[in-house]
Design a protein around this ligand. Structure first.
Ligand code: ZN
Length: 343
């Protein structure tokens, strides 16, 4: 491993490792493993001591608009699987003690009704990022970034520091599952634009480049994401901290108006399997729900079937978002008794 490190370091001197326009970051698998693990370890071991950046959210010098547009198009073309990835990512993100503490202390997501409101707002922010011209400081995406930064600053005043480690783990929450479980989700194998998109988003949210989970190429980023899973998320969901189960349950139950067919128990097991956790036995209804979901993601990988199925699934997500945005009937029906007082 030392030899591999030396080899990678000497390679770095002759190229700009962080230059996305250069396709060369890791020349071989040995380099990518070494670099990916090194990045994950650096984030976990050093990032907890460094607070988020507080300067104005400006675009970085390495911003590549073509790649950003490609990343946004990837999201639009695969919105169904990308939503599943984000919801699973959020499910595992709650297992991080510092993140759970922030969410609990801002006290807006411990019951299904408030969880629905909070996470639906998060989805709206995410949609703005994926749909805006990020070069325009007045675009909805950039305004959304400013709002989120303000919310983070308020949380710091009330709860304590948000660190570079928290932000990098949150990057995983939004997109890590789409990278580590791309095949299981039925997503196309094209990470480069997504990685650049989320590197830019991380920068805008106040992550220094050395702590940015997506500061490398595709190969070492996959390794870094898998290392974060191994060290943080898998133990986090299988040996959960106090309050994780209740917050997780509130999240998955609160998502019912957006995904009425979802069974929370089955969805949690589906998330575990995305991270290659050993399978757990479920009762009959969750088992049917789990295998239906696995089967759908298998089908969208099949070329001919996906021609019909993928647009249909994507359409359902767009329709759901439209309905929730205009006449949120299901949310009103589900939370009519708890809408007051809790939110
Ligand atoms: Zn690399």
């Amino acid at each position: 491993m030392q030899a591999a490190n030396d080899q990678c370091k000497s390679q770095e001197k002759s190229e700009n490792r962080y230059n996305v326009n250069s396709n060369i970051c890791c020349q071989n698998d040995v380099c990518s493993v070494s670099r990916g693990i090194e990045r994950a370890n650096y984030i976990l071991d050093q990032g907890g001591d460094v607070p988020m950046e507080t300067g104005p959210p400006l675009l970085p010098s390495w911003y590549d608009h073509q790649l950003i547009c490609k990343g946004q198009q990837y999201f639009t073309d695969n919105i169904f699987a990308m939503f599943v990835a984000a919801l699973s990512g959020l499910t595992v993100l709650l297992s991080v003690p510092s993140i759970l503490k922030i969410l609990r202390n801002t006290n807006r997501s411990s019951k299904p009704a408030s969880a629905y409101k909070r996470y639906y707002e998060t989805i709206v922010h995410m949609m703005h990022w994926y749909q805006s011209d990020m070069r325009n400081p007045n675009s909805k995406g950039r305004q959304s970034v400013a709002i989120v930064r303000k919310m983070h600053e308020n949380a710091v005043k009330n709860v304590g520091p948000i660190t570079q480690k928290d932000l990098a783990l949150t990057q995983f929450g939004f997109i890590g599952m789409a990278i580590v479980a791309q095949d299981k989700l039925g997503l196309p194998k094209d990470n480069r634009s997504l990685i650049h998109f989320w590197r830019v988003m991380g920068h805008l949210m106040g992550i220094q480049d050395k702590f940015n989970l997506f500061s490398g190429c595709e190969r070492c980023t996959i390794v870094a994401c898998k290392e974060l899973s191994r060290r943080i998320f898998i133990p986090g969901i299988d040996q959960p901290i106090e309050h994780y189960n209740s917050m997780c349950s509130a999240l998955l139950t609160g998502m019912w108006p957006l995904v009425p067919a979802m069974n929370p128990e089955a969805y949690f097991e589906f998330t575990r399997r995305l991270l290659d956790c050993p399978a757990r036995k479920l009762s009959i209804i969750p088992t049917i729900s789990l295998y239906s979901q696995i089967f759908i993601h298998y089908l969208i990988k099949l070329p001919i079937i996906s021609l019909i199925l993928l647009p249909w699934l994507n359409f359902q997500i767009w329709l759901t978002l439209f309905v929730q945005n205009t006449i949120p009937i299901l949310a009103f029906y589900a939370f009519r008794y708890s809408w007051r007082g809790d939110v």
